[in-house]
Design a protein around this ligand. Structure first.
Ligand code: HEM
Length: 168
């Protein structure tokens, strides 16, 4: 009898099953679902001439793993993203607003293809949208040596004066 009561108590205390959860991570199909989504996304990107070239020569396995963990974390999943922040990752790639939009379009196509519900799609897009300012045209960071070489040794005033004298 005691065992039955204990069992009933334990069952009652069980955490909410994943299907009842409102975590975005669950709606995206947990880590396996997100991994499948990012694979579809990378295939869609590869077929899109607007952005495919940006990814040529990159370690695509790493990008797949990192992107999966990144999305997992922002969807409140139990993952660990070990990559750099978005500004550093994309610095110097000169990503335009149009390219950013193309990638978002590729993501929406991929989510459709993976059968992700519209509500979950919108929730993921809302989390990614604020990253635009870090990713689009993240300015290249010059090494201190190069900065010193260019900005430290050149006297820009003296340089421009003769040009003005020559009427240029
Ligand atoms: C919300 C949008 C985006 C997110 C969340 C995102 C996220 C990421 C992540 C997590 C990585 C891997 C970082 C690492 O290896 O440590 C990555 C790499 C990369 N991303 Fe993005 N990205 C976004 C948009 C874009 C766009 C629009 C482009 C270009 C069209 C782009 C091009 C790249 C490239 C080329 C790499 C590889 C960099 C390298 O290995 O040197 N990303 N991105």
């Amino acid at each position: 009898m005691l065992a039955l009561i204990l069992l009933a108590l334990l069952t009652g205390c069980q955490s909410t099953p994943a299907s009842d959860s409102n975590r975005l991570y669950d709606h995206l199909g947990e880590r396996d679902g997100i991994s499948a989504l990012t694979e579809t996304l990378l295939l869609t990107i590869a077929a899109d001439p607007r952005i495919a070239d940006d990814f040529r020569g990159t370690d695509i396995n790493r990008v797949h793993r990192m992107l999966t963990d990144f999305i997992c974390v922002i969807a409140d999943g139990p993952c660990n993203y070990t990559g750099d922040d978005m500004a550093n990752v994309h610095r110097g790639l000169e990503i335009s607003s149009t390219e950013f939009n193309a990638l978002v379009e590729a993501l929406v196509l991929s989510m459709e293809q993976r059968g992700i519900a519209t509500g979950a799609q919108n929730r993921l897009l809302a989390k990614l949208a604020p990253l635009r300012r870090d990713i689009v045209d993240a300015p290249a960071q010059l090494s201190p040596e190069l900065r010193q070489l260019i900005l430290g040794d050149l006297d820009l005033y003296r340089y421009s004066a003769p040009r003005a004298d020559q009427g240029l």
